[in-house]
Design a protein around this ligand. Sequence first.
Ligand code: ADP
Ligand code: MG
Length: 700
Amino acid sequence: MADDPLARFARLGIRREQDLLLHLPLRYQDETRITPIAALRPGQHAQVEGEVARSEVTGRGRRMLVAELRDASGTLGLRFLNFYGSQLAQLAPGRRLRVSGEVRGGLLGLEIVHPRYRQVEPGEPLPTRLTPVYPSAAGIGQAALRAAVRKALRAHPWPETVPAGCLRELGLPAAAEALRFLHAPPADADLHALEDRSAPAWRRLIFDELLAQQLSLKRARAARAERSAHPLREASGVERLRAALPFRLTAAQARAWSEVSADLAAAQPMNRLVQGDVGSGKTVIAALAAAQTIGSGMQAALMAPTEILAEQHFAKLGPWMAAIGARIDWLSSSLKGAAKRAVRERVAAGEVDLLVGTHALIEDAVVFPRLGLAIVDEQHRFGVAQRLALRGKGGPLPHQLMMSATPIPRTLAMTYYADLDVSVIDELPPGRRPVLTRLVSEARRDELIGRVRAAVAAGRQAYWVCPLIEEAGEEGSAVPAPGAGAAPPGAPRGARAARVRREALELQTAIDTHARLSEDLAPLSVGLIHGRLPGAEKQAVMDAFTRGALDVLVATTVIEVGVDVPNASLMVIEHAERFGLAQLHQLRGRIGRGTADSVCVLMYRAPLSPTARERLKTMYETTDGFEIARRDLALRGPGQFLGARQSGVALLRLADLERDAVLAEAARTCAAAMLSSDRQAEIDAHLDRWMAGREDYLKA
Ligand code: ADP
Ligand code: MG
C-alpha cells in the first residue's frame, strides 16, 4: 500500500494520478472566515476560534465529552457523543482551537455536536480558499484526498483539448483554469453557484464530459461504418410477403420500411432503431426485413426480452414465413437438452432461415453460418452488451434492427441516439379506437367485477393485472423492469435477497388474486399467467386466451410487452399506484388492439403519494407515448428513466441532461467540428482523460 499511494483510491474509480483531477468536490466548507460566537445563529454552518474554557466527561452508562469554547464575545458548547481518549487532551482547558460545524440551540445555549476542530497558534492566518469536500469511501480521509489532488494538480498541467471556437460562444473558461478553481475556489467565490454546479468552471467540466461522450459515440459509429456487411438486395421475398399480409402498411410503416430496406441493401452494417408507440405495428417491419435478408440468401435472428413475447412472435411470423417458403425455428432457455441441441444444429447447418428466441440466442453459443440480420425487439429491455453480442464477432457484421416502444425524449435522444439511425412510426393502424382510462378506488372492486362480466357477456375478454409488491422504503416508481434479468452487478446481497422475497410475494399475490377472481367471476373461465410458469404452460395459457377459451386472464407484468390479443378490450390494473409510468403505458397498450371500445381501469388505494397521483393523472390525461415519456422523465430524472443498464447516458458523472440540455447540444456540435477538422491528438487526449478504463461506455 505504502509503495503505491494510488492503490487505496482505486475504490473511488481512480486508477492514475491524473484521474484525481476529475475527482471533483461534492461540496465546500468555508473556513476562510471566523464568526464571533455572539453572532452565531442556530442552523448556520460556521467556523469560530477560541480557547477551551472547560471540558469534562459526563453521563452515566453512555458517556459523552462536553467542552466550552470561549472567544471575546461569548461561549459555545461542544459535545461529542462518541469520543476517543486522546480527545480529552486535545480539548484540554486553555487550548486554542478553530472549530466548525452546524450550530444548534442546546439545553444550555448554542452548541455544535461533533464539531471539526484543529489546534491553532494565536494569529494563525486563515485559508484564502474554500475547502473542498470530496466523494470518499471508508478509510480514505479528506486530508489525504486533498493532498493527493493538490499534488496531481501540480504534476498534470492539463493542456487544452477543446477548440477555442467551441468555448467562446458559451463563455467557458479553459479546462486547466476551471479545474484549479473547482479544487480550490477563492474565498469570495459564489458558494451557491458552486453547489448547484452553475458556476462557469462547473459548466466547463460538464461540457467536457458531454463532449467526451459525443466523441466516443461518434467514433464508435465511424468504426462501424468502416466494417463491411453483406448487402441484402433481393426483393422477391419481400414482394411475396407483402402480397400475403392481411393488411396494407400505414404510411408511417411504409416510410420506416423504405428506410430499413435501403439500409439492408448497403454494404455497411445497418444500426437502426424503429421507434413506434405500443401497437403501431413494428413487428411487420421486422418480418419484411427478415424476408429481404432470407430472400438474399442469408439468415436472420430475432431476440425478444421475454419468453411470452418470443413465442408470440414465433406464432405470428410462422405463417408469414411459410408464405415466402422460409424456415423459421425457435429457441429459448426453457427448451431442454436434446431439443435445444437439435435447434442449434439446424441453425449451424443453415437449415433455419429465421430463428426467434429469448436471451438464449446469445447465451447458448448458437452459431449462424450466414447471419445477415439481427433484430432486437423491445431493445430498451436489453443492456448494450447483450444487443451487441447478437451481432457476433469478426468478419462482416450483420445488419442490426432494433425496435422499441419506449420513446426517448429529445434531450436524451441527442446523446442516446448518437450511435443510431432512427425511424419513427407515428401513426396507429386504421380502425383503432383510443382506450378510455378510468381511475377507480379499490373500494369499488365489486363494481369492476360487474364490468368484467358485462364485457365477457358482450363477447369480449379482459386482463386483470396483479399488483406489484413495493420495495421496502421505496416508492412505486422505482420498481425495476421485470424481465430485465438479474440484479445489477455489484448489487448488495441484501438487495438481491429483497428482490427474491418480493418476487415470491408477487407470485403469491398472483395466485391469491386468481383464486379470488375465479370465485367472484364464476362461472366465467379465468386463467393465470406469471413469470414462474414453465414455458410450455405459459404457452398453453396464452394460446387458450388467444383462442377465446379463457374469458379473463389474471396476469403479472409478464404480459407487459408485445402480447397481442385483439379481442381483449378491458384491463383492470390492481394497485396501479405502484407501477411506473412506462409500465402502465405498456400494459394499457395490450388493449385497444381490436375494433371494440376499450377501457383501462386503474384501481388504486388511497392515500396516494404526490408522485403516484401525478403518474395516474398522466395516464388519465394522455395516451400519447411521447408525452408520457416526457412526463416520466420529468418525474424520475434520466438515470432512472433509462435504467443503469442502458448506454453511457445513465452513467454521466457530472452532467444532467435536462439541466444541461444547452451544453449537450453544444457538445454535439463541437464533437462534429473536432472530428471533421483534423484534431486527432486532441480527441485522443480528451477521450483518454474522460473515458480511459470506463467499460461502461459504448464501444465500437
Ligand atoms: P407493436 O408496434 O406494439 O409491436 P405489433 O407489431 O404487435 O405492434 O402490431 C399490433 C397489431 O396491429 C398486430 O395485430 C398487427 O398485426 C396489427 N397491424 C400492424 N400493422 C397493421 C396495419 N398496417 N393495418 C392493420 N393492422 C396492422
Ligand atoms: Mg412489439
